[in-house]
Design a protein around this ligand. Structure first.
Ligand SMILES: Cc1ncc(COP(=O)(O)O)c(C=O)c1O
Length: 213
């Protein structure tokens, strides 16, 4: 199957109102260009350096929207502000404050999601569920941030559905809009559980290669 065929197969399973983010991490700029030519507009990246090189190589694509879906070091925030449509993984106050500060300096608001470490996995980033309301309150109060919703990556093993459902309940209780959840292996379940944004890499681009743009 070609990339365009894999993409259209994934797109066919995405209902209206759900945004498909094609996660292009570890795939070259030429693959992003091919997906764009096939109609895809939202792309997700995890590493600032890799994303910067790709964004530069693809600066001629007028409608491309970048999503930063990876964990983010505070000292890299300056590269993202004003250049990405959505930051998916805000998981601590320090990071929220730095995005807010850099955004306010430029007179803009950056759209963000709070990442929830839904199963409390020590190895994963994300804010512990009990701390989500506190972080959400901080983010809401900061000029320079536009809080859009929550994001999660459930454990690799086991049924993701209860985790998706739990984050949806959190989103509802907090009166938020977006729910970024679901990857190649589980996006149909995430959609059933209320995802508004799915982040799909492998099912579109194939296996990730250790390559750069
Ligand atoms: C945060 C995040 N979301 C989504 C994906 C895409 O995962 P998959 O290739 O399983 O679709 C990745 C891949 O690294 C990721 O890091």
């Amino acid at each position: 199957m070609t990339l365009a065929e894999r993409l259209s197969r994934v797109q066919a399973g995405i209902p209206p109102g759900v945004t498909l983010v094609a996660v292009s991490k570890a795939h070259p700029a030429v693959a992003v260009r091919e997906a764009y030519a096939a109609g895809q507009r939202h792309f997700g990246e995890n590493y600032v350096q890799e994303w910067r090189a790709k964004a530069e190589a693809l600066a001629d694509l007028p409608e491309i929207v970048w999503h930063f879906v990876g964990g983010l070091q505070t000292n890299k925030v300056k590269y993202l502000v004003g250049k990405v449509g959505l930051v998916h993984a805000v998981d601590r106050e320090e990071l929220a404050r730095e995005i807010a500060r850099r955004s306010a300096q430029r007179g803009i608001a950056t759209r963000v999601l709070v990442e929830v470490n839904v199963a409390g996995e020590a190895s994963k980033s994300g804010c512990a569920p009990a701390e989500v309301p506190g972080l959400v309150a901080v983010v809401r109060a900061l000029p320079g941030l536009e809080l859009r919703g929550l994001m999660c990556i459930p454990p690799a093993e086991g049924d993701p559905r209860p985790h998706f459902a739990a984050v949806r309940r959190m989103r509802d209780a907090l009166g938020l809009t977006e729910l970024s959840m679901g990857m190649s292996g589980d996006y149909p379940v995430a959609i059933e559980e209320g995802a508004t944004i799915v982040r799909v890499g492998t099912a579109i681009f194939g296996d990730r290669r250790p390559s750069s743009p």
